[in-house]
Write a protein that binds this ligand. Structure first.
Ligand code: C2E
Ligand code: CA
Ligand code: CA
Length: 417
């Protein structure tokens, strides 16, 4: 860190003297603690060393890579190299697109990066560090695994973020009443007709201060702050309670799907919390499906298998959400004890035009059938798409064609007759 500051000082001076420019980049590993906790510090250290080796091999920054703290690195681009800034960014990102081989397996560890340029964004260390950090936290909020350049608007949004954070803390302390659960029907494809078989619970935040906020705008921050735990528990309880009510009103087989963040899965008491909710509501566990993504499986398959195994032992179902995006692996399907694969809606968008999309859905549904897993396709908006899917082994669909996510009353009016 000291060396980094010395060098940065010098390069800022050089740039001022000869009218050149430079960039200061902060790099932070995403979810590094998963590796540390999952595999042990020894492997964490190994990973940091391999990262360092790879950083200094990027041409143009060989002598300007620094480890700032635990899992944080900094890079300075100055002089001639600055002309190649975008190539350098690309090379840096590519390092993290490959898996790392640790303890006999491939692990992915992505990074987020914040960049501030000198002299435009500042001509002293404090200012550049502050601005690179703002850019870095923007990158994290955008869902990690990306690079952001500082811009003034971001600073405005960081005030918004502070507001969001304070309001979110208040709302969660306030027994989560501002978080409302919407329901989107899930439709089972039958031989004769297609019928509703339940719903996916999707949270919305009706903030008294900030208005209506969709999940994509606050869940990443809620995860970052750990507030996803109380929010997620609230959603799970509300949704399960509601589904039990449907079951008692003449729809004994309606199921409810609830999204579970990886942060929740990593809580040591998560399984106990689910059990408590099942007990309290008296629902039949088979009518609850927890939707999880592959992110934990990527970092620590054994831990993922262990927690899913415990959940399945409670009798609930597990769905693998957003399949086909990110680092999806066919091997995960086989290794994890899942009941449903949810194919991401990006494959449905141009089903009848895009051969790859069609082949993908077909391949995954064939594969799913052989291992006894059901397939649910998301994002069905048109009749045409439904027709293509009806010739495949797709058991369930979800999408605007049947219904958007809606408030509970609206759902019950339409599907509880
Ligand atoms: P997701 O789990 O993939 O949920 C499906 C998203 O696709 C929903 O967005 C839904 O409104 C949208 N969608 C459904 N059908 C269609 C369609 O036909 N066309 C289009 N264009 N979109 C469709 P929403 O409700 O904004 O939720 C976004 C994401 O936020 C969810 O993606 C999920 O990852 C997350 N999320 C929502 N509620 C929760 C929650 O309670 N806990 C956690 N951890 N995450 C949640
Ligand atoms: Ca989902
Ligand atoms: Ca999804």
């Amino acid at each position: 860190r000291m060396r980094c500051e010395q060098d940065l000082n010098q390069y800022i001076k050089d740039a001022e003297e000869n009218g050149s420019e430079g960039a200061f980049m902060m790099i932070d590993m995403d979810d590094f603690q998963n590796i540390n906790e999952g595999l042990g510090h020894h492997y964490g250290d190994m990973l940091l060393k391999s990262i360092a080796h790879n950083l200094v091999r990027v041409s143009g920054i060989e002598n300007n890579c620094y480890r700032i703290s635990g899992d944080e690195f900094a890079v300075i681009v100055h002089g001639e190299a600055y002309k190649e800034l975008s190539r350098i960014c690309k090379d840096l990102r590519e390092i993290f697109n490959r898996p790392w081989f640790l303890k006999d397996e491939d692990y992915y560890c992505t990074m987020s990066m914040g960049v501030a340029c000198f002299p435009t964004d500042g001509n002293n260390i404090d200012e550049l560090t502050r601005k690179a950090n703002i850019a870095l936290s923007t990158a994290k909020k955008k869902g990690k695994n990306c690079a952001e350049f500082y811009n003034e608007k971001v600073e405005d949004t960081s005030f918004y973020r502070l507001d969001l954070e304070q309001n979110m803390r208040r709302a969660t302390l306030n027994s989560c009443n501002e978080f409302e659960v919407y329901y989107q029907p899930i439709i089972e494809i039958g031989p004769e007709k297609n019928v509703c078989c339940g719903a996916e619970a999707l949270v919305r935040w009706n903030s008294t201060e900030l208005g209506f906020i969709p999940p994509n705008d606050f869940i990443p921050l809620a995860e970052y702050l750990g507030l996803i735990n109380p929010i997620g528990e609230h959603v799970l309880y509300e949704a399960v309670k509601r589904c039990k009510y449907w079951n008692d009103c003449g729809y004994p087989n309606y199921k409810v799907n609830v999204n579970i963040s990886v942060i929740q899965l990593l809580q040591p008491d998560f399984v106990a919390k689910v059990k408590k909710i099942l007990d309290r509501t008296h629902i039949q566990p088979k009518n609850v499906t927890l939707e999880v993504t592959e992110s934990l499986a990527i970092n620590d398959m054994n831990r993922m298998k262990a927690v899913l195994g415990k959940l399945k032992a409670l009798g609930v179902g597990v769905a693998l959400d957003d399949f086909g995006t990110g680092y999806s692996s066919l091997n995960h399907i086989r290794q994890m004890p899942i009941d449903v694969i949810k194919i991401d809606r990006c494959f449905v968008e141009n089903l009848s035009e895009d051969e790859f999309a069609e082949a993908f859905v077909k391949m995954v549904s064939e594969l799913a059938k052989t291992i006894g897993v059901a397939v649910c396709v998301e994002g069905v908006e048109e009749r045409k798409q439904l027709e293509v899917l009806s010739h495949m082994n797709v058991k369930m669909v979800q999408g605007y064609y049947y219904g958007k996510p809606m408030p509970v009353k609206e759902f019950e009016l339409a599907y509880l007759k």
